[in-house]
Structure formats: structure tokens, C-alpha cells
Design a protein around this ligand. Structure first.
Ligand code: FES
Ligand code: FES
Length: 157
């Protein structure tokens, strides 16, 4: 076991982990952040996407020990303290950008990261920006609309 200390959604967690524990499993099983989803475990689907030290990562591709000392934001850390949804969460809701919702946490994290790096992307740039995240339900069109909606608002993400 190795002791790690991480910040997750603003709270500090100090835990013993196996050296082989993946960050996604640590987040779900030890921290309790089950909003971060395991869709494939092989780095294909993006359902496990979180922010680690300001960068979007697929948390099934990172060992928990590699996150030691890091600052992690999950889908559960996006909403405001009063429960107000993050603009990207609200836009997904308003644009019907989710159906089963399995991909949604990772998709929202990836879309947010996309706008952080490119506040007014073209449709092509949006499609390319989320190509690492698979959704089998929506056909992506409404996801693209949600990103365009937030970009048009010009709000901080
Ligand atoms: Fe990580 Fe699918 S669970 S990419
Ligand atoms: Fe079902 Fe995306 S909403 S996989």
C-alpha cells in the first residue's frame, strides 16, 4: 500500500492505495465519487474523464499514485454550493444532450475542457475536441449544440 494525498472537488483525501489502483477506481470506491463512470477500462470511451491539475484526463489511464499531491475535479464538483448547475450541465439539460447518461459525466468534463482551451470553437473543432468520448445514444448533434450554447453565453467554464 502507498499513502496518497489528493484534493477532490475541493476536499482533501489521504488514503492508502495499491500501487496498481487506477485513479477511476480510487475515485469511485475509496472517495465515493461514483459520478465518474467506468465505461470500458481500456481508455476508449471517455466516461471516466476528470480534471487533474487543470488538464482533462481519462482517469482509467492514470494510477492513483500518479495523482498524489494533485488537484482533481470530477463531475460532482462542477455545480455551485447552492446547487446551481454548471453552465455546461445546464446546457446539456436544455439541449437534450443526454439520454441514458452513461457517457454524460465524462462528456461534460471533456466539453468544459474544450471551451477552457478554445472559448469559441467551430462545429468541426467541437466534434474533434470530443472525439475521445463515445456516446451511443445521442448522435452527438445535441452535445455539439450544448457546447455552442455555452460558448455563445461567453461565461467562464
Ligand atoms: Fe476510461 Fe473508458 S473507462 S476511457
Ligand atoms: Fe447514452 Fe451517451 S447518453 S451513451
Amino acid at each position: 500500500m502507498t499513502k496518497i494525498s489528493v484534493s477532490v472537488d475541493g476536499a482533501t483525501f489521504v488514503d492508502d492505495v495499491e500501487p496498481r489502483t487506477l485513479l477511476v477506481h480510487y475515485l469511485r470506491e475509496q472517495v465515493g465519487k461514483v459520478g465518474t463512470v467506468v465505461g470500458c477500462d481500456t481508455s476508449n470511451c471517455g466516461a471516466c474523464t476528470v480534471e487533474l491539475d487543470g488538464r482533462s484526463v481519462k482517469s482509467c489511464t492514470v494510477l492513483a499514485v500518479q495523482a498524489d499531491g494533485g488537484e482533481i475535479t470530477t463531475i460532482e464538483g462542477l455545480q455551485a454550493e447552492d446547487g446551481t448547475l454548471h453552465p455546461m450541465q445546464q446546457a446539456f439539460h436544455e439541449n437534450h444532450a443526454l439520454q441514458c447518461g452513461y457517457c454524460t459525466p465524462g462528456m461534460i468534463m471533456a466539453c468544459r475542457d474544450l471551451l477552457k482551451n478554445n472559448p469559441s470553437p467551430s462545429e468541426q473543432e467541437i466534434r474533434e475536441g470530443i472525439e475521445g468520448n463515445l456516446c451511443r445514444c445521442t448522435g452527438y448533434q445535441n452535445i455539439v449544440r450544448a457546447v455552442q450554447d455555452v460558448a455563445a453565453q461567453g461565461v467562464s467554464v
